[in-house]
Write a protein that binds this ligand. Structure first.
Ligand code: HEM
Length: 170
């Protein structure tokens, strides 16, 4: 799309894509770097109370920001390739971005199944009244949640590195 409107559209798309990417990977970073370290230091009743309120928000917030990152990234990719297969698949940056899209979709799917799946299961246990005797099960879920978050974070950093590389190549 030539002209001023096209330029503004490109800038708005880039801005939104970077904001949603920061929201997604920033939230995962915060989970790994701050919450994973701080929460085990909180005594159990307070930790349960915090998690009971925190998990439902995180379970909603993170997938939505991930989906918005992917949608804005895919539109930006198509826009930069002028919606033409020869550019999108026939250039090096086009193929790299297609790879980034597939890697991001795989990261999202992994995060949904492993991290969000574990988060939802933990939230269900927290909803149980006082006598939840599933400490071993919840412990395993928490480990799955923590390890899964680290995997998503590492993949997210790889994707950001690809973005930076492509921006230089464009
Ligand atoms: C974890 C997911 C992602 C994150 C955190 C992310 C983040 C970013 C960031 C920070 C930039 C700016 C880089 C720079 O200017 O140096 C960027 C650019 C870009 N991203 Fe993503 N991105 C993600 C996924 C995707 C996906 C799935 C696509 C779709 C193919 C995509 C397509 C693009 C495009 C086309 C640009 C613009 C390059 C340019 O105009 O210079 N991104 N991304």
């Amino acid at each position: 799309m030539p002209g001023l409107v096209g330029d503004i559209l490109g800038i708005v798309l880039r801005f939104l894509h970077i904001v949603f990417g920061v929201m997604w990977i920033g939230a995962v970073f915060y989970g790994v770097g701050v919450l994973r370290v701080a929460l085990p230091r909180v005594d159990m009743p307070a930790r349960k109370a915090v998690l009971r309120h925190l998990l439902p928000v995180a379970i909603h917030y993170i997938p939505v920001s991930a989906i918005m990152t992917i949608i804005t990234g895919a539109i930006l990719y198509l826009y930069l390739g002028q919606f033409q297969g020869v550019i999108l698949l026939g250039t090096e940056w086009g193929r790299i971005l297609l790879g980034a899209l597939l890697l991001t979709l795989a990261t999202f799917a992994y995060g949904m199944v492993i991290v969000i799946g574990a988060g939802k299961a933990i939230a269900r246990h927290l909803e149980e009244e006082e006598a939840c005797n599933h400490q071993a099960e919840v412990g395993a879920l928490q480990r799955r949640f923590n390890v899964g978050q680290i995997v998503v974070l590492v993949l997210g950093l790889v994707i950001i590195a690809i973005m930076v590389y492509v921006s230089e190549a464009l």
